[in-house]
Write a protein that binds this ligand. Structure first.
Ligand code: NAP
Length: 308
């Protein structure tokens, strides 16, 4: 089935691209991927998206984005793209054995949580180790938790987790937080949270049967290690772009973000556009992702007009 526009990914960028492409009568097809609605579906209150003065829940906001795009003719499918061929026109997109062709492609596959790279973290993911406080916080009533990271996400997760946990340690590798002042202030005011500076988690101990029992923490200044008991570890150390479909196909920077050029959403292949967190390591906000999704749809529309 040939389409004018195929959109891969369904966060604020992809669904805004779908809204604009829909309103341009391009009947876009959106493959929603593994996490329909993207990262906002696993966040708490979204307080900084303009137009919601009281804040809004992430999943609710993404449902609204989807409905708005569908209203203008976007088709959304709960499918995961497994392969692409962008070397010939029209572009080819596969969902397992099913082939779709598109005259233009908009990539909005977002980013995923970064991991520490420990074997024990992989082993215990979902068994006491988590990258999503909203998803898993409830399981830690009156427990002691570690939150790793010093950015806004770490502050947000730690504050959220105080609803359930009795005690939260923020484990940060430096002696200064990266988080914004307002989030730092909120964290500091919370009596359940303490920050452990210049500290990294070397090992997480526990089992799938009993969950997390303790962590080995290294002091980065002295190199000394200590064992600390805890019931769970939440990782909030940033994200990596979801680009596995496009490796060796599109130009990327050294961190794997798709390079867009000339102040637009154009990638190294004409007719293929990228928007949202998969191409933005600087702003990474829902509102900037949505803005770039709008740009991608307009860029695709211009491209199709020039080609016809
Ligand atoms: P971030 O700002 O990149 O912070 C990541 C943190 O993890 C940094 O403190 C970093 O340490 C640490 N880190 C990275 N790799 C590590 C490793 N291997 N081991 C230990 N620590 C590691 O990411 P983020 O907090 O996810 O925020 C991303 C963007 O979203 C930011 O622009 C942020 O403002 C925004 N955001 C906003 C809100 C809000 O306004 N409510 C909430 C969440 C996120 P260093 O500091 O030493 O580099």
């Amino acid at each position: 089935m040939n389409r004018k526009v195929i959109i891969i990914g369904s966060g604020p960028a992809g669904l805004t691209a779908a809204l604009y492409a829909g309103r341009a009568n391009l009947n876009p097809l959106v493959f929603e991927g593994n996490q329909p609605g993207g990262q906002l579906t696993i966040t708490t209150d979204v307080e900084n998206y303009p137009g919601f003065p009281e804040g809004v829940q992430g999943p609710e906001m993404m449902d609204l984005f989807r409905k708005q795009a569908q209203r203008f003719g976007a088709e959304t499918q709960l499918k995961n793209v497994t392969k692409v061929d962008l070397s010939k026109y029209p572009f080819k997109v596969w969902v397992n054995q099913d082939l779709f062709t598109g005259e233009s492609i908009i990539i909005s596959t977002g980013a995923s949580a970064r991991m520490l790279g420990l074997e024990s973290e992989k082993e215990l993911m979902g068994y006491g180790v988590s990258t999503c406080a909203t998803c898993d916080g409830y399981f830690f009533q009156n427990k002691k938790l570690m939150v790793v990271g010093g950015g806004d996400s770490a502050m947000e997760e730690a504050i959220f987790l105080t609803k359930f946990a009795s005690e939260i340690w923020i484990v940060h590798r430096r002696d200064q937080l990266r988080a914004s002042k307002i989030m730092q202030d909120r964290m500091e005011k919370n009596p359940k949270i303490q920050v452990h500076w210049n500290s990294v988690i070397q090992e997480i101990k526990g089992s799938r049967e009993s969950g997390v029992k303790e962590v080995i923490v290294e002091d980065t200044l002295t190199g000394k290690t200590r064992e600390e008991s805890c019931d769970g570890v939440f990782l909030a150390i940033g994200h990596i772009p979801n680009v596995s479909l496009f490796k060796d196909i599109l130009n990327m920077d050294k961190n794997g973000y798709i390079i867009t050029k000339d102040g637009r959403t154009s990638t190294s292949i004409p007719g293929v556009f990228a928007c949202g967190d998969v191409q933005d390591h600087v702003y990474r906000q829902a509102v900037t992702a949505a803005g770039s999704g709008c740009q991608a749809a307009i860029d695709a529309e211009h491209y199709l007009e020039e080609k016809s």
